[in-house]
Ligand binder design. Structure first.
Ligand code: F6P
Length: 504
């Protein structure tokens, strides 16, 4: 048997859950009806729901942006199998009826493949439009279902296609199509409205920038005029009782106002909340690990040690960086900026020299600069019974466990501790808050947690996240608008740690 086959055989033998917890799944005198599966590990509450989400609205409101963001969020945080369906890719038919029916067939086929049973690997790579994922033997029988997200990349061209949902009649027709797929497929309309001119202009500028085109005043005026023309034909979701049997969210000016109707159910509620937090304005997020800790130096995992002399030096350098770079990002003397840390000693010690002056904003309001917010959600992965051990000690004392972590790093849960999926779960509410802000935010946290935040923001598959490198004494600056690819810049602040004092 070659080594890969031996590893596979061993994997099957040791099961894909934490070995030391296996006995908990067996019958005992006091627990004759035990839980048969290990605890859920994929941050999931709902199993196998199927949704069709249709984005509707006037042109230039950011429907493709929302479609992509929703897919990334649902896949990363909820393991949902999502596919995008761009109406404009289905227009090459002799008639509107034919192109509309063809898209119904594509969506239905994707949604109901394998009899509707989800077979997607949790956190498999992001798929292209209408693509589906391959089957995966190691799947842990949990998923957040399937979500087909329908949008038009060119609202003008897509107008007459029935899936554009641009009239009451077309929306009824979509409802009938979805019902015909299966009674268990649920339909949600998301109507996007942008009434704020600055937001609309921002959307136009981002879109043109992504196409490598500049934007001038004339472009804005032309766009505004054609939106007005379009609005004469488009029928907004009616709130007069005639469409209230449907599930919908009306989402105005990116979270300024949100109207929801029949948005019950786990995934629908997450969608509504997520959409109400995101916006397209470019902003920056700075990620950094704490300065070198005593446990880093000793190669121990977990714990709550303080920082070393090198870590303290980093803390001073970070404070200077915060004052001179983060708080002066817009070229002014003090733009608003935020600071988040975990609750652990090493991150608090790293943030201790950051200054918090009160500044007066252009509108006269006061703002405490980098006011320190402490979140337990940002604490390092809890290694349970292995806290304080080195990786070598884990490998020699708990061979099977070390092996399990190696083969399934994202799903592996430390005995009485956490897994990377658990981290994803506790970061979910935090990401909603982070998405809603516009000011630069510095996050001082830990290797495992930052891997997840970084991967989500960079659009990296969550399965690849646990092995990403997040170097010490480095600030990772992410310039983010959630629409175009996030731009990354790594700033190494030092100090260098001598080789013999580096460990983890
Ligand atoms: O080694 C530093 C550390 O933050 C540990 O406390 C933590 O257990 C570890 O990194 C997480 O990294 P990995 O998942 O690769 O073990």
């Amino acid at each position: 048997m070659d080594s890969a086959a031996a590893a596979r055989a061993h994997e099957e033998e040791v099961q894909t859950y934490v070995h030391s917890q296996a006995h908990l799944l067996n019958k005992s005198s006091y627990n004759p009806l035990p839980t048969e599966l290990p605890p859920p590990i994929a941050a999931l509450s709902a199993l196998g729901d199927m949704h069709v989400v249709v984005l509707i609205g006037l042109p230039e409101v950011g429907k493709p942006f929302l479609a992509k963001r929703m897919r990334q969020y649902l896949r990363f945080f909820h393991g949902a199998d999502c596919a995008l369906f761009d109406i404009c890719e289905n227009l090459d038919y002799p008639s509107v009826d034919e192109s509309s029916a063809a898209l119904s067939a594509r969506i239905s086929e994707w949604m109901l493949r394998n009899g509707g049973a989800s077979n997607v690997p949790l956190g498999s790579p992001l798929l292209g439009d209408g693509e589906s994922a391959p089957t995966y033997k190691g799947q842990k029988a949990v998923d957040s279902g399937r979500c087909a997200i329908v949008y038009g990349s060119d609202t003008y061209r897509a107008f007459e296609q029935k899936w554009s949902g641009s009239s009451k009649e077309r929306r009824r027709w979509i409802l009938d199509q979805v019902r015909a797929m299966s009674r268990s497929v649920k339909l949600v309309f998301v109507e996007v409205k942008v009434t704020d001119v600055t937001l609309m202009r921002n959307n136009v500028a981002i879109k043109r920038h992504a196409m490598g085109l500049p934007t001038c005043e004339e472009d804005f005026r032309r766009t505004e005029a054609s939106i007005k023309e379009f609005a004469k034909l488009y029928v907004t979701l009616q709130q007069d009782g005639s469409e209230e049997d449907m599930s919908y969210v009306i989402f105005i000016n990116y979270g300024q106002k949100v109207v929801t109707n029949r948005m019950h159910g786990f995934l629908r509620m997450r969608i509504a909340q997520f959409l109400s937090t995101i916006h397209t304005e470019t902003h920056t997020i700075y990620l950094t690990r704490h300065g070198q800790s005593q446990y880093n130096q000793l190669g121990k995992i977990g714990g709550n040690s303080g920082v070393t002399e090198y870590g303290l030096d980093y803390a001073r350098r970070l404070a200077t960086f915060a004052r001179e770079t983060i708080c002066r990002e817009d070229g002014s003397n003090a733009n608003k900026a935020r600071l988040w840390t975990s609750s652990m000693r090493r991150t608090n010690e790293t943030a201790q020299f950051i200054e918090h002056p009160e500044v007066t904003l252009p509108d006269g309001d006061k703002w405490v600069q980098m006011s320190h917010r402490v979140y337990r959600n940002l604490d390092e992965i809890f290694a349970g019974e292995y806290e304080g051990l080195t990786y070598e000690e884990v490998a020699s004392r708990h061979k099977d466990e070390a092996f399990l972590r190696k083969v399934d790093k994202i799903g592996y849960r430390y005995p009485r501790g956490e897994s990377y999926f658990d981290i994803i779960s506790r970061l979910d509410p935090l990401i909603h808050e982070l998405e809603s802000y516009h000011e630069p935010t510095l996050i001082v946290s830990h290797q495992a947690v930052l891997r997840m935040l970084y991967a989500y923001l960079m659009g990296i598959d969550r399965m690849d996240a646990p092995r990403l490198s997040i170097p010490l004494h480095t600030v990772i600056k992410l310039t983010y608008n959630g629409w175009t690819q996030c731009v990354e810049q790594q700033v190494y602040l030092g100090p260098d740690v001598p080789k013999d004092e580096q460990s983890t």
